[in-house]
Design a protein around this ligand. Structure first.
Ligand code: AMP
Ligand code: MG
Length: 426
């Protein structure tokens, strides 16, 4: 009796809003702990990884006072009043290329020839750029007055030794890798990538290399999810197809839980006769946090946690390929980013775009329509709905999708030419 009541009524009134679900699941995620999950990699291998600890350098940047110009290092007092009519005339006592330690101290009436990046000699406090000078043998004529300290990049003016150079939890891209290289940090502490197990459930599923029998379809979700997982910065653990049988599902799920930081399955989360996922989660001691979301496509979404030591989060995604894709983008990707140890910026980024097409929704659930974004000549984003039938089973028109337009609950129409909020993954 209890079972019947539960199945008939619960899914109807526990359908949570998209933003509630987002908050609940982000709250359930514990980022990988840096004490246990740091690995040290070579500088180049750190590209795209997440920094596990803050970095501090013992070097000042710049390392010494140096010249921002090719020109002459001088004493300000010698050049403060000069002009085209009344040039300063200084004796050149040294040539300082980049990479050399100056030998002389610049005295009154003296200058040193200096190149960009070279160390400022003692006594000098200003650099005069070459373009306002004229050289005559070992003398230099200067035709324009300088400002004090002009064209000098003072030591430690960019960064002071001993302070924090990079914070933990950032992604290391080219700018950060160059900072680490300059700081002579050749071995970098990064967080290991989370392992995300992927299971496909369904008696109708076959691998792409198998000839199709009547009623069968290819398990495309396994591939789609593996790529999405990798693009989100994690390592997919593809566990293949599992039959819609409680024992097989339980074994597969138990294996996934034991070997991954996050578990994704697709299919079997609806209320169909062969949808056993929920029953299997319960027999493994899992706690179900979410059963349905007011999202279209993607309503039947299950989220659970398990009591095992590492207690991975489990997502039962809908089987329909488009629903699996949309729910991954909207809910799983932020979870992977937080799990990875990224300090911030987990949630999808919404941008405003002008819709090229009329967009329709039923107004009852937050609706995601897939398509492409373009930046027009005025620098304005335009959204174009994917052609063909917009139903969650049509994965063919998903090709070239890089964006999801969002119609909130209550909105049934956005006319062509009007603005819409779009999640954009370029
Ligand atoms: P289900 O959620 O199991 O009821 O599946 C919903 C629909 O998605 C059915 O038409 C399935 O055949 C299809 N489907 C389920 N799993 C996959 C998969 N791994 N790859 C492609 N389609 C799938
Ligand atoms: Mg199924």
């Amino acid at each position: 009796m209890r079972g019947i009541t539960w199945y008939v009524f619960v899914p109807l009134f526990i359908m949570l809003s998209v933003s509630d679900v987002e908050a609940i699941i982000l709250n359930l995620v514990q980022p990988l702990d840096k004490q246990q999950h740091t690995e040290v990699v070579d500088l180049l291998a750190a590209s795209g990884r997440i920094l596990a600890s803050p970095i501090t350098s013992q070097l000042d940047f710049p390392h010494w006072d140096n010249s921002a110009m090719d020109g002459y290092a001088v004493r300000y007092e010698d050049v403060q009043d000069c002009s085209a009519e009344n040039p300063a005339v200084l004796e050149i006592v040294e040539e300082i290329p980049a990479g050399h330690q100056p030998e002389s101290t610049i005295q009154k009436g003296q200058a040193a020839r200096i190149m960009t990046g070279a160390v400022i000699p003692a006594g000098a406090d200003t650099v005069v750029m070459q373009e306002v000078t004229h050289r005559e043998e070992n003398h230099i004529l200067i035709f324009a007055a300088s400002k004090p300290q002009e064209f000098i990049r003072p030591r430690a003016s960019y960064y002071q030794a001993g302070t924090q150079l990079l914070p933990q939890g950032i992604i290391l891209n080219a700018p950060e890798i160059s900072v680490l290289a300059a700081a002579q940090c050749r071995l970098v502490p990064v967080l290991r990538k989370p392992i995300v197990a992927i299971l496909s459930t369904g008696n109708e599923l076959v691998t792409p290399d198998q000839p199709l029998q009547p009623g069968q379809i290819v398990d495309s979700n396994q591939y789609a999810l593996a790529v999405l997982v990798r693009q989100s910065g994690a390592e997919p653990l593809t566990l293949g197809i599992v039959k819609d049988e409680p024992v097989a599902l339980e074994q597969a799920l138990a294996h996934a839980i034991a070997n991954a930081d996050l578990v994704l399955s697709s299919g079997g989360v609806s209320v169909g006769d062969y949808d056993y996922i929920e029953q299997v989660i319960e027999s493994l001691g899992g706690k179900i946090h979410i059963r349905a979301v007011a999202i279209r496509p993607g309503k039947p979404l299950t989220v659970a946690t398990f009591p095992s030591p590492q207690s991975p989060l489990y997502f039962g995604l809908p089987g329909n390929p488009v629903s699996a894709f949309v729910t991954f983008w909207r809910f799983v990707q932020p979870v992977i980013k937080k799990l990875s140890g990224l300090a911030e910026g987990w949630e999808p980024k919404f941008v405003k775009a002008r819709s090229r097409d009329e967009l329709q929704a039923d107004g009852k659930r937050e609706t995601y329509l897939w398509g492409q974004m373009f930046l027009n000549r005025e620098g304005v984003y335009e959204f174009q709905l994917a052609g063909g039938s917009h139903n969650s089973g049509n994965l063919i028109n998903l090709a070239r999708t890089n964006s999801l337009a969002v119609l909130p609950v209550g909105q049934t129409l956005i006319p062509a030419g009007e603005n819409v909020l779009v999640i954009h993954n370029s």
